[in-house]
Ligand binder design. Structure first.
Ligand SMILES: *Cc1c(COP(=O)(O)O)cnc(C)c1O
Length: 397
């Protein structure tokens, strides 16, 4: 059987066996509806309450500030749309960045069609939001700043503490999409002045289709899903009890080994980056050199198409991504790579590899060898490369 080398952990992660184990009883044994009053539903109520506590303590929040959702996309939609609705009397201006996930960008575009104004902040060549531009963008009618904690494509970690301070000092709410950062970097909602925060279970070895939104006490937030009285009447619908149980377990496990896991990933990742940059000519690393997620490597290989590289890597059993999973299938280069200033043709030749602590040194070696082979093969067929080589040898003569 062909081996699989999974290097796409920013798209999703393997559900840990202990997580699956923790979910099973809530399918077939404790299957009661948590809203029912009989004792049979008590274990369901308990696991929900326990998970809320576990999550709250992982970010220095209170249990009643944690709302379960169906994942990162819903949490982003909720934070932004509900704030827009609740605070529109104060103003209709929102600030975000050009490199957000589509769950934020498309929500902002939707609001623009409904009379809101959105400022999309630029980032520098490393993908860091420009703080002076943020300060200048603030207006009397600004109600929300939504900036992601860490980017899903290039891994760059934003100056969240500084952004939180700027938002707080102007009395503006601050939401952060922490889907990639949570369980990878320590987060304290108070230290960072975060008012709302989106997290998704399947990005840190939990189940898919479950996540949470942190909403600070005192923030006006309308019901997002109208229905029953679940989630303090803000998000109706019978709770995803197995998902919540699984995410709770995933949080416990992730918080317990965050540091060692990060170290292991960073060692493997730095080895991969070093070899690729040294052994594949005309290659650059996208994203911040040091201020980046421990498991993220994003390369741009000149003169080739990232899509072709991905397909060839897939034939060798290697799973990577050329941008974000959501943009694959479209021919536009990633909005993130364009925002950091890459020209179209270079942005097209990009490859994102995101590791987990389960990857091995052998896998890194195999991946580097395959990248070298495939990039050389694709360049040999590339008219752009041929042209470039002809010109550079002529210049050398
Ligand atoms: C994956 C991801 C999302 C979407 O989360 P889902 O749980 O898949 O809906 C949102 N934002 C970022 C930064 C992500 O990486």
């Amino acid at each position: 059987m062909k081996q699989t080398i999974y290097l796409d952990n920013a798209a999703t992660t393997r559900t840990r066996p202990e997580v699956v184990e923790a979910m099973i009883p809530y399918f077939s044994q404790y299957y009661g509806n948590p809203s029912s009053i009989y004792e049979f539903s008590t274990p369901c109520k308990k696991v929900i309450a326990r998970t809320r506590e576990t999550i709250a303590s992982s970010i220095g929040a209170k249990a009643n500030e944690i709302y379960f959702t169906a994942g990162g996309t819903e949490s982003d939609n909720w934070a932004i749309k509900a704030t827009a609705e609740a605070y529109q009397a104060k103003g209709k201006h929102i600030i975000t960045s050009r490199i957000e996930h589509h769950a934020v960008l498309h929500t902002c575009e939707y609001l623009e069609k409904r009379g809101f104004q959105v400022t999309y902040l630029d980032v520098d060549e490393n993908g860091v939001v420009k703080l002076d531009q943020l300060k200048k963008a603030i207006r009397p009618d600004t109600i929300l700043i939504s900036i992601m904690f860490a980017n899903n494509e290039i891994g760059t970690i934003q100056p969240i503490k500084e952004i939180g301070e700027i938002a707080r000092s102007h009395g503006i709410l601050f939401h952060t999409d922490a889907v990639q950062a949570y369980a990878h970097v320590p987060i304290s909602v108070d230290a960072y002045n975060i008012d709302m925060m989106s997290v998704s279970g399947h990005k840190f070895n939990g189940p898919k289709g479950i996540g949470f939104l942190y909403i600070r006490t005192g923030i006006k937030s309308r019901s997002f899903i109208h229905g029953g009285a679940q989630e303090r009447k803000r998000r109706g619908g019978t709770e995803n009890v197995p998902g919540i149980a699984g995410m709770g377990k995933a949080v416990e496990l992730a918080m317990a080994d965050m540091e060692q896991r990060g170290e292991k990933e960073r060692e493997l990742r730095d080895y991969l980056i070093k070899r690729v940059l040294e052994e594949v000519p005309y290659t650059r690393l996208n994203g911040h050199r040091t201020n980046r997620l421990s498991n993220n490597a994003n390369f741009a290989f000149q003169f080739i198409e990232g899509e072709s590289l991905l397909i060839k890597l897939d034939m060798e059993g290697i799973c990577g991504s050329s941008g974000s999973a959501c943009t694959s299938g479209s021919l536009d280069p990633s909005h993130v790579l364009l925002a950091i200033g890459l020209p179209h043709e270079i942005a097209h030749g990009s490859l994102r590899l995101t590791l987990s602590q389960e990857n091995t040194w052998e896998e890194m070696d195999y991946t580097v060898e395959k990248i070298k082979e495939i990039v050389a093969y694709l360049r040999n067929m590339s008219p752009l490369y041929e042209d470039f080589m002809r010109k550079s040898s002529a210049a050398a003569r």
